[in-house]
Design a protein around this ligand. Structure first.
Ligand SMILES: [Fe+2]
Length: 281
């Protein structure tokens, strides 16, 4: 594939996916990741993720074509997938989401990096994120997040808002009839964290509460020490309607929380043993 560093980004940073340029080895990496993960997620991802996955033109044999994904997404929820060379500036990212365009890295990790990722690649972005964009509630929520991001930037509250994205869109869990289920893409695209988040006794699992989440730092270098759990995905609809400005004012006066903290007002669903992260400290 062409070296993305050589390409000058367009104002919105989008590039052509260059689907026809993927090599057999790159499709092979997708296949390895896809087959390993799809088995795991049938019984671990939330119903909406599984339904979205089944309805999309996405399978084991090749890296999905963004144009074909977008055709199906557009009909269902008005979203499309656009290719970008990697991480993009915050304002560009929010502008895309606010207009129902999901920016996805067009490259795929190397065969020796299956469980290691410096920047989100096509497996994380497409396998992890796109199935949930088929769900109307979630589709509206991510658009609202984009609009909220542009506002939060002006208010200097981006760090607080980004935590909401992190603990929902990337690392969210939801309670469903058959137990805790994954909807966050950071988990859904990770073999090891898919097991850790639901099965391991180490992390805390705490009922999602917006202001609590906005005050909580997160780790980017390892499994999460805390997962916030929604009662149902419809709870995200309420977040769409909230004016965040007064909330930002309120939390400015409150202390930040660390990933391992449990606050007195938390509704703790599972008090973690902390064994996994304590061993590394
Ligand atoms: Fe992501």
């Amino acid at each position: 594939m062409a070296d993305p560093d050589l390409a000058a980004p367009s104002p919105d940073w989008t590039i052509d996916q260059g689907w026809e340029n993927y090599t057999a080895e790159e499709h092979g990496v997708w296949k390895t990741l896809y087959e390993r993960q799809i088995k795991l997620l049938e019984n671990r991802a939330c119903d909406e993720f599984v339904a979205g996955m089944h309805a999309l033109p996405m399978g084991p044999d090749e890296i999905p074509n963004f144009k074909k994904l977008s055709e199906v997404l557009m009909k269902k929820t008005g979203w499309q997938v656009v290719a970008v060379p990697g991480l993009v500036p915050d304002d560009v990212f929010f502008e895309h989401l606010a207009n129902r365009r999901f920016p996805s890295g067009n490259f795929i990790r190397k065969p020796h990096e299956l469980d290691y990722l410096e920047e989100p690649d096509v497996f994380h972005d497409v396998f992890g994120h796109v199935p949930m964009l088929m769900n109307p509630v979630f589709a509206d929520y991510i658009q609202a997040y984009g609009v909220g991001g542009l506002k939060a930037q002006k208010l200097g509250m981006l760090k607080q808002l980004a935590r909401v994205y992190w603990y929902t869109v990337e690392f969210g869990l939801v309670r469903q009839r058959n137990g805790l289920r994954i909807y966050g893409a950071g988990i859904a695209s990770s073999y090891t964290e898919s097991l850790f988040c639901t099965d391991d006794p180490s992390p805390n699992r705490i009922r999602f509460e917006l202001e609590r989440v906005m005050r909580t730092n997160y780790r980017i270098d390892d499994f999460q020490e805390v997962y916030f759990v929604l009662d149902n995905l419809e709870a995200l609809l309420e977040l769409d309607r909230i004016d965040f400005a007064p909330i930002y004012e309120r939390i400015k006066a409150q202390p930040e929380l660390q990933p391992w903290d449990v606050a007195p007002e938390d509704e703790v669903l599972h008090r973690g043993t902390g064994v996994y992260h304590d061993a590394k400290r």
